[in-house]
Design a binder for this molecule. Structure first.
Ligand SMILES: [Zn+2]
Length: 289
């Protein structure tokens, strides 16, 4: 998309990034500078190599000057690249349809088909292919299947038996384009859900995983509503001080466009000493705004 593939550059890229010199290899890629934060000191937007979703992801995750609407446009941009179904209702409907009612929905196969339709594989339309890719990714994630299975020869043989015209996305496509697209879709859906909430509680908890990384997860919860994951932060090597926890929770709230904290009425953690200090610091932060 970003490199010169003959296609006109999407306006999201042109409007928000300035093209710099070409990357010194045969990739035909360029370096880009963010028009919003590229000139500020130590900015991550000063020089970004344009490949995959690096540029829109900069606006979503790293740009210090991008406004909420622009971040939303960048998420939309990533979703449109894979043609992922973006309307949450459409997804819920299709999920519901593929759920409990599956057995009833699939017509019983006739043993003797009356025409060739039963034998010949009709190619998938672009929309069907995009939907199949999105469903495959969700299955891989939920079943905890590694993405390299997308390149597995026996998996290819299996797909070849049931639907030869479906091309399984490679590990690269699964782990970059499709995963990016699914991640921003979920994020946008959760942001939309948080918009109507007014009495949220921020839950913050840390734990150590099997690789002995120190992780901090933050959730926004409200009675009678499903919880929303704000962020998961790797804080290995940092101390769980109140100062660090305030920074982590601020970053998490920014990530979900609720950074001003107005929708939160309470914060819960499991360490009373840190909590007291956190309380003082957080009050100061809010007052300073
Ligand atoms: Zn920027």
């Amino acid at each position: 998309m970003v490199h010169s593939g003959g296609r006109p550059l999407a306006s999201l890229i042109n409007n928000n990034f300035e093209r710099l010199e070409q990357v010194p290899n045969s990739s035909h890629r360029y370096y880009w500078k963010c028009r919003h934060c590229g000139d500020t000191d130590n900015s991550s937007g000063a020089r970004i190599q344009g490949h995959d979703n690096n540029l829109p992801n900069h606006l979503i995750k790293h740009c210090t000057n991008a406004v909420a609407l622009l971040r939303q446009a960048a998420r939309q941009f990533i979703m449109e690249k894979t043609g992922a179904p973006t309307d949450s209702n459409a997804i819920l409907t299709s999920l519901a349809a593929s759920g409990s009612s599956t057995i009833a929905a699939i017509p019983i196969k006739k043993h003797k088909a009356s025409n060739l339709d039963g034998y010949i594989d009709r190619p998938l339309s672009k929309e069907q292919n995009n939907l199949a890719n999105a469903k495959l990714l969700r299955f891989f994630i939920h079943a905890n299947i590694p993405f390299h299975v997308g390149d597995d020869v026996f998996f290819h043989e299996f797909i070849n038996v049931i639907r030869p015209s479906y091309h399984i996305p490679s590990r690269y496509v699964l782990s970059r384009h499709l995963l990016d697209s699914e991640a921003v879709r979920v994020q946008q859906e959760e942001i939309n859900r948080l918009k109507d909430r007014k009495c949220l509680t921020l839950l913050l908890d840390g734990w150590e995983d099997l690789l002995r990384r120190s992780l901090y997860g933050s959730l926004a919860v409200e009675v009678n509503h499903p919880p929303v994951v704000l962020a998961l932060e790797n804080m290995t090597g940092q101390r769980g001080t109140a100062e660090n926890l305030v920074a982590v929770s601020q970053k998490a709230m920014n990530h979900m466009e609720v950074g001003d904290g107005r929708k939160f009425i309470a914060v819960t953690t499991d360490n009373p000493t840190v909590m007291q200090s956190y309380h003082c610091r957080n009050n100061n932060t809010v007052r300073n705004k």
